[in-house]
Design a binder for this molecule. Sequence first.
Ligand SMILES: NC(=O)c1ccc[n+]([C@@H]2O[C@H](COP(=O)([O-])OP(=O)(O)OC[C@H]3O[C@@H](n4cnc5c(N)ncnc54)[C@H](O)[C@@H]3O)[C@@H](O)[C@H]2O)c1
Length: 299
Amino acid sequence: MSAIAEGGIAVITGAASGIGYALSEEALRRGMSVVVSDIREEALAAAAQKLEGQGANVLAVLADVTSEENILALRDRALERFGKVNLLVNNAGAFVGGLAWETSAAQMDWIIDLNFKSVAHGIRAFVPQMIAQGDPCHVITIASAAGISVYPGYASYSPTKHAALAITEALYLDLIAEGIGNVGVTVVMPGMVRTDIMNPEKSSPTSLGLDREARHANATVRAIESTMTSALDGAIAPEDLARRVFDAADAGELYILPNHEGETLTMLTQAIANGRATGTNPWPAIMAGMSTRMFNKAE
Ligand SMILES: NC(=O)c1ccc[n+]([C@@H]2O[C@H](COP(=O)([O-])OP(=O)(O)OC[C@H]3O[C@@H](n4cnc5c(N)ncnc54)[C@H](O)[C@@H]3O)[C@@H](O)[C@H]2O)c1
């Protein structure tokens, strides 16, 4: 039985727009009840209203994923209303271009909290509950192709998406090592998706003073952000991505590379196959050796 099924309860962060909103609609289409969460109050209320208009069982919870307290409160509100949680989607995130030596300490702290530590908070808050429930459950992290690649101007985004990928792989391995079979794990590494991702100012703390014009005074940052913004026009629609993500998670896939093709897909697939020691790729000798030492048994 799948966690993404009629009667299941989904909690989705960053759900006021883009991929999070599309995943919420897709969850409803599949008969789940949905807890939508975001840091932007008005946008969240509008999103929830639109979802409720589809006759759905929706709860909106204002939460800043950079705060562990907010994530714990989000879990508690979901449990209060629905009594259980079957699916957590760690989706909230942001991209801001910047050179490695120009990204401020404050901006780096914010993006680490938002793109990486939020995933750790989500796992810590929800997975023990899922294990205790014992029914089919699933955790999905929306990382990025930047979780296994780096480009100029990606000094804050790529490291945090690498970390989001790694902690999700760690969750996957820990569940196997602990013999816990009811919680599935999937990490998604999309390329460009047609969303509001290139407008980080909408949800960043004003104290950071993010300023596109100031960033674009640098030719490299201007070039990368402009190229990405132009690429949004021809990018995959979030609704299409949402369908693929749920289909693949439903099929129990750990890694999803949903909208890459040709040379890029080959490069990313090889990067996963050759570069990651997760026991799902050509590193079995290392994994077997470690398991033998840890559990004193042959694989
Ligand atoms: N759009 C793309 O091309 C693309 C590609 C790869 C990965 N991603 C990832 O997909 C995820 C969703 O992004 P999107 O493309 O839908 O962009 P988006 O800007 O439309 O959505 C992000 C949502 O996260 C919310 N958010 C931001 N900070 C938050 C916080 N502190 N607490 C709670 N919510 C917060 C925003 O308000 C927004 O609604 C992100 O993690 C992003 O890195 C996007």
